[in-house]
Design a protein around this ligand. Structure first.
Ligand code: NAD
Ligand code: ZN
Length: 357
């Protein structure tokens, strides 16, 4: 048995309005003449949050286009743009949902590592630390704020830059920033966290470390999506901590069936992470009976639409592609179904599942 010795984020500040401390927090990390780069989710273009960004000297705001989930080509072009304009930078501060935070982590790494980001898609391929990086979530659920990966779509695969250099040096958890998230988006991203909890708690990799975080995160998800009738500030506070704890839970266990299947959808159809997980979870009674029952209740209670029929009309070749991507996620299947998972989840069975989605 080899135990995972995992690298955690450097500093955490939590609280409503903690964003106002950003200037003070990043001050010691400024190097003469080198700017801080604020990579901000394009949703905030022209919004009041932009006025609150503590710009100094030649600092720069770049709005991140997250219409599609992050691509390696986008990471490389952002890093190149910064090298051309400034040579070097003091740090990268990602303000947004999981997509923007992942972009910020990846650009930070690519400021100091040679070659292209696609070269580093995998486990422990990154050799040098990136520049100082800060993550500031504006949506709660992915756990990207605590994770050691940054999920990127590259020329040949959708895979993260998993490494000890990937976690943020600092995160700022200010629930006020999630206030204006649209109901559907908040639900899809929130369900990412709920599903992380179910997959971790029902998995064979479970241990007390993961369980302690997973149970707490699950309770917080229930508080906001099951036990509350009206969304309040307290719900934003709770969901932000659920995301953090859910991320800590899977850091020491693994995700499972919903994620493994949803990766196939996202690879072939570009389905986004949160909604893709929901589409799959809706059909996983066989694997997570209690979790799926509660999931359906939450969907109904919160008045959310989960798309159906997204695999209609796909060719055999398309199904093969999705099955290949999904079957490739070995640790996820092993966590979900045990060492003999290949006997349980056959290609035929997976095909039948995809056909239902
Ligand atoms: P997202 O970052 O893709 O954003 C979804 C939409 O919400 C975008 O249109 C964005 O502009 C908008 N948005 C963001 N904040 C908002 C706010 N406060 N108000 C209104 N709109 C807002 O969504 P997400 O679900 O947070 O992240 C999904 C991404 O995270 C995927 O790319 C996925 O691969 C990645 N992910 C990463 C990890 C990790 O460990 N690194 C884990 C899970 C998911
Ligand atoms: Zn997820």
């Amino acid at each position: 048995m080899k135990f995972r010795n995992f690298k955690m984020i450097g500093y955490v500040v939590y609280g409503r309005g903690s964003f106002n401390q950003l200037d003070e927090i990043i001050a010691p990390h400024r190097t003469d003449g080198k700017p801080m780069i604020f990579l901000v989710d394009h949703f905030f273009t022209g919004k009041p949050l932009v006025e609150r960004i503590p710009l100094r000297g030649n600092d720069k705001i770049i709005f991140a286009d997250v219409t599609y989930e992050p691509k390696t080509t986008y990471v490389d072009s952002l890093a190149q743009q910064l090298k051309d304009e400034f040579g070097a930078v003091s740090g990268i501060i990602g303000i947004g949902g999981g997509s923007t935070m992942d972009l910020a982590k990846a650009v930070s790494l690519m400021m100091n590592n040679p070659g292209a980001s696609a070269d580093y898609q995998g486990w422990d391929l990154v050799k040098l630390p990136g520049v100082y990086k800060v993550g500031i979530p504006t949506l709660s659920g992915t756990g990207a704020e605590v994770s050691r990966t940054t999920v990127l779509t590259g020329p040949t695969k959708k895979l993260g830059m998993n490494s000890d250099f990937t976690p943020f040096d600092q995160i700022v958890l200010d629930p006020e920033l999630t206030k204006d998230a649209p109901v559907n988006q908040r639900f899809y991203t929130g369900m990412d966290c709920y599903i992380h909890c179910i997959e971790s708690l029902e998995g064979t990799y479970l241990n007390e470390f993961s369980k302690s975080y997973g149970e707490k995160a699950l309770q917080l998800c229930r508080d906001v999506f099951v036990n509350t009738n009206e969304w309040t500030d307290e719900c934003d506070d709770k969901l932000m901590m659920a995301s953090y704890a859910g991320g800590m839970s899977i850091a020491y266990s693994q995700v499972g069936v919903a994620h493994a299947v949803s990766y196939g959808l996202s690879y072939l159809l570009g389905t986004k992470h949160g909604i893709g997980n929901c589409i799959v979870m809706n059909h996983l009674e066989e694997y997570y009976p209690e979790g799926v029952k509660e999931f359906k209740h939450m969907v109904e209670k919160n008045g959310i639409d989960i798309p159906a029929g997204i695999c209609k009309g796909l060719s055999d070749e398309d199904f093969e592609k999705m099955i290949n991507v999904s079957m490739g996620m070995k640790p996820l299947w092993e966590n979900a179904l045990g060492k003999d998972w290949e006997k349980i989840m056959t290609r035929e069975k997976l095909r039948a599942l995809y056909e239902k989605l």
